[in-house]
Design a protein around this ligand. Structure first.
Ligand code: TRP
Length: 461
């Protein structure tokens, strides 16, 4: 095992950790992915199932990642090695690092689109918004430039370090994000006709619920909390022993959930008030919303605020994706943080180029339906969609499955529980401890396995 650097950094306070981890969790997943998943899967009913998944599976699993990170004070690979040296389990850490790099590579492409939508007034287009969007994402020069600029910013923050880079950035951007969301919600719910959207979003229609909806809700809940690839192991590793993992982890889950729910409040009232269709899939945010903004009073200003907040949310998430890779290079390979950030970020750029060019710029990358395709990926998946499916769904589910088995059975749920009970304050007393052990040993692995099998059956075969 490589020795960890003598002065490994830590968060400066609980608030610093909670904001940074919430920044990781709150991202495109909340604002772009959650609303369209809810819109496609029955609105309120999806939301209820999502909440149940969070409470019974994702939050217990989040505690497991935090405990593993805090105990070992290491990146995902080092954390596993610290518990079981020289076993194939370290490969799971390797999977985490790879997933971080791969998710970052396409996540930053989509984030770059959001930046592009800040820069030009989306409500001023002369053509229908779907045509404008398709033309924009097929433009190789703009897309690559924005992707590169976004990644460059991410690298700059991560290179700045845990406290002076990541934590400081989160402390400034998270409050800004929150205020912007509140402004957009206010505009949306005061539109005439907004209540139909609230109705769709808040009144569950259980006739839409199928097994696949449950699978989607669980997958979304894992992605939204940044679980399954060691991001929370890494962020937990910068926590001191006296911090209460259960309390601070619960804050992170709470903030993430509140922002996801608020994203629905921004989007559905506006979509219904403007007579648009909520079940538009991934196009909801980039195609339907510009039309909504174009038709509403103050629309171009609200549009600017919206895409600004989307880019901010994406930035604090992509920081955590890069940080997983950087912490590995720093702890295990003794790279300096600066070299690691530029090296890993540069690699993510190269890896992401094909995804960036897969939305029409290069036809061969734009239709991989001969390779995969099915219920979750839609009829003509491009490389970016395939990357999101392979890494953002399959690899995360696999990582979460293996990590929950590792914590529950290899490290042992009693050891993990002891770690969770270290620190000041609430300590999972009474039935909470045994309930957590059941969740991490049985409930999580079994349900995640079902999700994994479904994902593969539906889209690869
Ligand atoms: N949670 C982020 C979102 O909702 C995305 C993200 C960041 C992520 N880091 C992650 C997802 C690690 C999975 C694993 O957009």
């Amino acid at each position: 095992m490589a020795p960890s650097s003598p002065q490994r950094e830590q968060w400066s306070s609980r608030l610093g950790f909670v904001l940074a981890a919430a920044g990781s969790a709150i991202g495109l997943g909340n604002i772009w992915r959650f609303p369209f998943k809810a819109g496609d899967n029955g609105g309120g009913a999806f939301v209820l199932i999502y909440l149940a998944c969070l409470l019974f599976l994702c939050v217990p699993y989040l505690f497991a990642e935090l405990a593993l990170g805090r105990k070992s004070q290491k990146n995902p690979v080092g954390a596993i090695r610290a518990i079981r040296a020289r076993t194939p389990w370290s490969l799971v850490g390797g999977l985490c690092v790879l997933a971080g790099l791969a998710i970052l590579s396409y996540y930053a492409v989509v984030a770059g689109w959001a930046v592009g939508y800040i820069v030009h007034d989306v409500t001023a287009a002369a053509e229908p918004s779907s045509a404008a969007f398709e033309r924009f994402i097929a433009d190789p020069v703009w897309v690559v430039l924005l992707f590169g600029a976004f990644l460059f910013t991410t690298i700059g923050v991560v290179a700045g370090g845990v406290q002076r880079g990541i934590e400081r950035c989160a402390k400034i951007l998270m409050p800004v994000l929150f205020v912007l969301i509140c402004l957009v919600i206010f505009r949306a719910v005061t539109l005439p006709g907004a209540s139909a959207g609230l109705d769709f979003y808040l009144n569950p229609d259980f006739s839409k619920v199928t097994g696949l909806v449950v699978v989607e809700a669980l997958g979304q809940a894992f992605f939204s909390l940044s679980l399954g690839m060691g991001a929370m192991i890494t962020y937990g590793s910068y926590l001191p022993d006296n911090e209460n993992l259960v309390v601070s982890g619960s804050y992170v889950a709470l903030f993430d959930t509140v922002v996801a729910l608020m994203a629905g409040l921004m989007i559905f009232p506006a979509v219904f008030a403007m007579g648009q269709n909520p079940a538009e899939g991934p196009a909801l945010v980039f195609v339907v919303l510009p039309e909504v903004f174009g038709a509403m009073p103050l629309g171009s200003f609200v549009g600017l605020l919206f895409f600004l907040l989307l880019a901010i949310a994406a930035l604090t998430s992509s920081i955590s994706l890069l940080e997983v890779v950087v912490s590995y290079l720093v702890d295990e390979r003794a790279w300096t943080r600066r070299t690691a950030a530029w090296g890993a970020g540069g690699l993510a750029f190269l890896l992401g180029l094909p995804s960036a060019l897969s939305q029409g710029a290069v036809p061969a990358l734009s239709d991989l339906s001969w390779l995969v395709g099915g219920h979750l990926l839609g009829p003509r998946p491009g490389l970016l969609d395939v990357m999101d499916f392979l890494w953002g769904s399959v690899a995360l589910a696999l990582g979460a499955l293996l990590l929950s088995l590792f914590v529950g059975w290899v490290w042992g749920s009693d050891n993990a529980l002891r770690e969770l009970r270290t620190g000041r304050g609430y300590t999972l007393g009474g039935l909470a401890g045994p309930a957590w052990r059941i969740a991490i040993k049985y409930l999580c692995p079994l349900t995640i396995l079902v999700v994994l099998v479904f994902d593969v059956l539906y889209d690869v075969l």
